[in-house]
Design a protein around this ligand. Structure first.
Ligand code: ZN
Length: 90
């Protein structure tokens, strides 16, 4: 299990840079490599998505001016769901 993980980690790291320089004998591991490539693509997609979410939420955050909700902030303006006050940028 531990060994398998280190091989996978090496492949993932190798694929992250350039597949030509992977210093691992991948003959017979084509299926695994294919799977890993797909997984890596999916991971990159999710990372891009997470990055976008972080970026948009790092702009303006809105919070109820009366702080009635104990401080949760929302990415979009609008009335407070609890008291109906218009939320303000924090
Ligand atoms: Zn409120």
């Amino acid at each position: 299990m531990k060994k398998r993980f280190s091989i996978m980690a090496t492949l993932v790291v190798g694929l992250g840079f350039t597949s030509c320089s992977v210093d691992v004998d991948t003959s017979g591991l084509d299926d695994l490599e294919e799977q890993l490539e797909k997984t890596t693509d999916e991971m990159e997609e999710e990372m891009d998505k997470a990055e976008e979410e972080t970026e948009s939420s790092s702009f303006d955050l809105y919070q109820c001016p009366t702080d009635c909700e104990n401080g949760p902030a929302y990415p979009n303006p609008g009335p407070c769901k609890t008291c109906g006050e218009e939320m303000v940028v924090i």
